[in-house]
Design a protein. Sequence first.
Length: 482
Amino acid sequence: MNIASRIPTEILWEIFLHAIDGPISNIQDNGFPWAINRVCKYWRSAFMTYPDLWTWITINLAESYSHRQDSNAANQCLSLCLERSRNYPLNISLHLPNEEYDENISSVTLLWQTFLSCSHRWRIVYLENVFGPQSPTLNLCTGTTPILESLTIYSPVDPDNYNDFTGLQIAPHLTQFTLVHPTAMFAIRRWSVPWMQLTNITLRFDEIGGVDQLWDLFKQLRDIEELCLSLNGDEGGIDLDDFVHNSGTPQCLQQLRVLQVCCVEILGLITAPSLYELYLEGSRFFYPQAGDGYEILAEEIISSFIQRSGCKIHKLTLSDFSAHPVTPLVHLFPDVVELCLVDAMTCLRLLLSPNLFPGLRVLNCTTRTIDVKDFMGILRTILRVRNSSSAKCSAAPLEKVIFRPVLKDGKASVLVSTTDWAPFESYVQARSCCELNITRRLWLPEEGPQGLPPAANGSPNTNIALSPSSSTLDAPLNPGPW
């Protein structure tokens, strides 16, 4: 204990900062960092007086109710964090209760008022279930969010439409905005959000109500670099009967680098000369022209988009696609270096042809369900065509194959990295997140040894690292169970 109390405070602060892997939460347990209180008074004092440790805050009212905590405990925790963080910028994740907790609305109101009182210190904010009685009071923040950089509003099952919202009219540093709500597209007209200064936007919704909604958005995006327009589930509605291909002048998004779209006609409305990463959602991607007796081909729309943009797509993600409808499209992406398949394992067979994706170096497969035997058989054939010692095709050899099973809790998984085929196959069979790094021509089981020769030092060619199972467009705070 004497040794522990002799550690300089500055070093102790650094230890705390590196050891804490999450925010301070109102849901306390017996683990770190709260166990620090039981080490010694010196450690407890250092922990309480270091402002940086108290600037990452998660307040979860619904969770506290399930733990039968006092209704005021969450507000006390938030107030304590505000005091101990002094005037440092705050990163707050606030999870309010849904309608089943209406009887506790007084405690919600108290917590909400405390939250609003520190709006001048918000830097990164994540809000869950804020609509209803809290929505109008967000307007009180007008002019008091001078350092806000990122805002996420997550309310995927809120049945209500938006009220007019002017709470972010003055937010000079806001660049990242995420809105998950069934009618998120309607916020474009009704919310006073500084769209022109945003560089990263994610809108997840249940419906698109017409081309005008998309035009209203695109015309306001001056500095956009990453844009995600995502449909919430397979039952979402896309009403774009007024879309006419090659009509009017597409909106040029000069700085757009990363784009995720849920329907192909979006690509008919924009030009993106700097685009290099494209994420295509397959559930409602293809668009049949209604009433005109013919069908606008996705191939024509994408080809026109790429041609007028003059862009080269280096990273392509196909989500929820089957092999048949996407096959005519793949020849439009000859410059792809990294291919990500998200619940689109049937598209894996496309790589059996070396003429498709000739420059492919990285294959990333994310899936909820998988036939391991079929997957490994196809992958073995692909590697035999592109990477084996007898491969004669002109396509570039794969350098990395990543397998990511979808985790139910959405948390970071342990990524196991190996250069040997046999361990990689074992990890896939065990449904473990793993990657195969191919540093030279690969010996497949039918050709010779079960993998590459062992490392020179005799140690296994395997290492472990933490890797988040995240989407293409990462949010600054966990956006909940998408």
